[in-house]
Design a protein around this ligand. Structure first.
Ligand code: SAM
Length: 295
């Protein structure tokens, strides 16, 4: 489940395609993806093939299947494997203050926005909530940001992820070092109640944070955001959908609103004119043209 596993990277999961599938039947792979889309209701067509191949290959390795065919057979037969594959396909790796240098950039943006009324922030594809809570903690921590005016909405397509996010309780494990993640802030203990290995987000940090299910491909744009943070999702998405996702985001921003995407992500050429680059290395942009509807 996401609640236990988000952020964990198991060495078995290191995204290496299987070497010995070179001769494997492409057709079987396509059939397998169709099965996952139609029978298991996971929209494989939204994701790029290399991502799907890496995740399927990881399950093949775990189940000792050496061809797509044998794995497809297992998948059709075993409901438990269907669940395991769906879990493997849900991209839930996240963390508090992931890529700390980017968070220094986000701090600068929040400072700039603070002091001019409410600051509306959308953490789109927020996984289990650590990103929106990082935004709220940063607002509390920085004396130049008025935390009472910063409102954070966290959205994701995954219901289990959102359940964890709403609970706001995270567990330390062999592979999740919450102390290290949170130590971006000097005195993070002010913002979490720690009980052994369990970290619970403090009530005052949660006050202005809300969660909602939202599918960036199929749902309507939102509106009026001053800052949208949408990181580490586009890398998995098929190019055909990436553009429409970014359009949804662009339409959700106020004119001159800011956008932060993942450090390994890029804005497609045909949308570049919609955003001015503010910090190229940190992937921080600002909406360039006036919004069609400015709220
Ligand atoms: C790798 S996580 C990124 C989490 C966080 N933004 C970060 O950078 O740490 C990607 C998230 O995108 C979500 N996701 C996948 N497809 C989506 C879609 N169509 N709409 C909204 N969220 C989606 C997944 O459920 C997952 O929680």
């Amino acid at each position: 489940m996401i609640g236990d596993g988000a952020g964990e990277i198991d060495p078995e999961d290191l995204d290496l395609p299987l070497d010995d599938t070179g001769d494997d039947d492409e057709e079987t792979f396509t059939e397998l993806l169709d099965f996952v889309e139609e029978e298991l209701s996971f929209a494989t067509s939204h994701y790029n093939d290399s991502y799907l191949d890496r995740r399927v290959s990881s399950r093949m390795r775990r189940t000792q299947c050496d061809s797509y065919e044998s794995y497809f057979e297992l998948l059709r037969r075993e409901p438990a494997e269907q669940e395991a594959l769906l879990e493997a396909l849900s991209i839930n790796v996240t963390g508090f203050f992931r890529n700390p240098d980017v968070w220094e950039g986000i701090r600068t943006v929040l400072r700039r926005l603070s002091g001019n009324g409410p600051v509306r922030v959308w953490s789109a594809a927020c996984a289990d909530g650590r990103e929106p809570y990082s935004l709220a903690m940063l607002a509390h921590d920085d004396p130049e940001i008025d935390e009472s005016s910063v409102y954070v909405l966290g959205t994701d397509i995954s219901r289990p992820a959102l359940e964890t996010a709403r609970e706001g309780v995270y567990e330390e494990s062999r592979t999740i070092d919450l102390d290290e993640q949170l130590s971006f802030l000097d005195d993070y203990q002010r913002y979490v109640d720690i009980d052994g290995r369990r970290y619970r987000i403090a009530d005052d940090v949660r006050t202005n944070v809300r969660f909602q299910r939202h599918d960036l491909i199929n749902d309507e744009p939102k509106s009026g955001f001053d800052l949208v943070v949408c990181r580490n999702l586009f890398i998995y998405i098929d190019n055909a959908y990436k553009r429409s996702m970014l359009e949804t985001i662009a339409r959700s921003l106020r004119s001159s609103g800011y956008l932060v995407i993942g450090k390994a992500e890029t804005i497609p050429p045909n949308l570049q004119s919609a955003f001015a680059v503010r910090e190229a290395r940190l992937r921080i942009y600002q909406r360039a043209e006036p919004a069609a509807t400015d709220y």
